[in-house]
Design a protein around this ligand. Structure first.
Ligand code: SF4
Ligand code: SF4
Length: 418
């Protein structure tokens, strides 16, 4: 891991990153810009103390990485922010109730089994009307945010450990063998998206291996500065795919993809496989094998930060969507500005997240699209909640692979499909 001082010393204070930063856009405060945060970190390194002000401005950063491609000097803010968060985390400068909420979040979210067990109490709380955000806000704003964001509880899809390639829908020679990350929140609440990913990959000629021993990739913890927990989780997941013997691990979660690609820096050794977003892999396979059925829909594509800024994956999802007959792809204003989801940012900083969510919902609604597509379940939850919050017509919100899956299977989609 590169030295924090050396990383911050690369900043020449030019300010080119400021317009790209969502928190600077919101508040116009220097200390809530990438340049301002780097300045605070330098002061902290000189003085050796994490002040309450440093903690506050680091906590307010979304970790969206929009500042990385915006910086002409190549400042690696993606390497700076995890180290800054780890220092703030270990300094314990937050109020006790905030620390308790964080401890609760990180004792639950990275653990798929605990999340699955939580579905029962969540269902009961909903039935009894105890999940009303206005009620929970009296305890803590993060609980109210969690209730507003919580997805419908669909029956979970149990995936097999291997899905065989059926190129074009028929038995035939496979093009690749890939591992599929099912993760933590994804496996508890978005197993239907993982199932769609496995179907699309199989129809495009891939054997899909889904090892049982995998779990959270460590992204949620890493992005919050909990590196010890991130390393424990990452080691377990890396080992599960090592045992599976795959050369490529595919994910349909933008944040997880970023994390898997940073395993060498997190664990100090590179894994035996290469990580790819599902759209990256599909495009890299070349000419599609499966027939695309028409989807006569207008779709607005939202760039998930960890897909566009974190991994540089912008063209592939658009190309795949544009390849569906009848589908009209439109671009919202500021398509690559963070929606406010940012891992668990929308739970930890709900007011800022809601403001960004409202801006994103307005931009998406202005396109007139019937469907919003994105490559990250966290964005789907955040955007769906922001669209619900306004009394206006709501487009459906779907993962990019759900649209591909529907096209390959000849399904009919409508605004009620999300
Ligand atoms: S990561 Fe996002 S919010 Fe944080 S400084 Fe960079 S652009 Fe701003
Ligand atoms: S664009 Fe880069 S060098 Fe310029 S102020 Fe921002 S981080 Fe520093």
């Amino acid at each position: 891991m590169a030295d924090l001082r050396a990383l911050t010393d690369m900043c020449v204070h030019c300010g080119f990153c400021l317009p790209a930063c969502p928190t600077y856009q919101l508040w116009g405060e220097e200390m809530d810009s990438p340049r301002g945060r780097i300045h605070l970190l330098r002061q902290m390194l000189d003085g050796g103390q994490v002040s309450a002000s440093v903690a506050r401005h680091v906590d307010a950063c979304l970790g969206c990485l929009a500042c990385v491609p915006a910086c002409p000097s190549g400042v690696r803010y993606d390497e700076i922010i995890p180290q800054a968060r780890a220092l703030v985390e270990s300094a314990g400068r937050r109020p006790w109730l905030d620390r308790a909420v964080r401890a609760g979040i990180f004792a639950l979210f990275p653990y798929p089994r605990r999340l699955r067990l939580a579905r029962g109490p969540l269902r009961l709380a909903r039935a009894a009307g105890l999940d009303r955000p206005e009620l929970l806000a009296r305890v803590h704003p993060s609980l109210a945010a969690a209730a507003a964001l919580a997805p419908p509880l669909r029956p979970p899809v149990r995936l097999p450990t291997r899905v065989r390639a059926r190129p074009g829908g028929r038995p035939g020679a496979r093009r690749a063998v890939v591992g599929l990350l099912t993760g933590c929140v994804q496996s508890a609440f978005f197993s239907h998206v993982s199932a769609a990913t496995a179907r699309v990959l199989a129809l495009e000629g891939c054997d899909v291996v889904i090892p049982r021993g995998q779990g959270c990739c460590g992204a949620l913890s890493r992005h919050a500065g909990r590196d010890a927990q991130a390393r424990r989780l990452a080691r377990r997941t890396a080992a599960a795919f090592d045992r599976a013997g795959v050369d490529v691990v595919v994910t349909d979660v933008a944040g997880c993809g970023s994390m898997l690609k940073e395993y060498e820096s997190l664990l100090g050794e590179s894994p035996r496989w290469t990580a790819m977003d599902v759209t990256e892999l599909l495009v890299s396979l070349g000419e599609p094998l499966a027939r695309r059925h028409p989807l006569p829909l207008t779709v607005a594509y939202h760039d998930a930060c960890h897909l566009s800024h974190g991994q540089g994956v912008r063209a592939q999802p658009r190309d795949l969507l544009a390849g569906i007959p009848g589908l009209r792809l439109v671009s919202p204003v500021d398509a690559d500005v963070c929606c406010g989801s940012a891992g668990v940012y929308n739970l930890l900083e709900p007011a800022t997240a809601a403001e960004l969510g409202a801006r994103k919902a307005a931009a998406l609604r202005a396109t007139g699209a019937e469907v919003v597509a994105a490559g990250n379940p966290g964005c789907l939850l955040q955007i769906a909640a922001a669209l619900r919050a306004a009394d206006a017509p709501r487009p459906a919100v779907l993962h990019t692979v759900q649209l591909l899956d529907a096209s390959l299977r000849g399904l009919v989609l409508s605004a009620a499909s999300s």
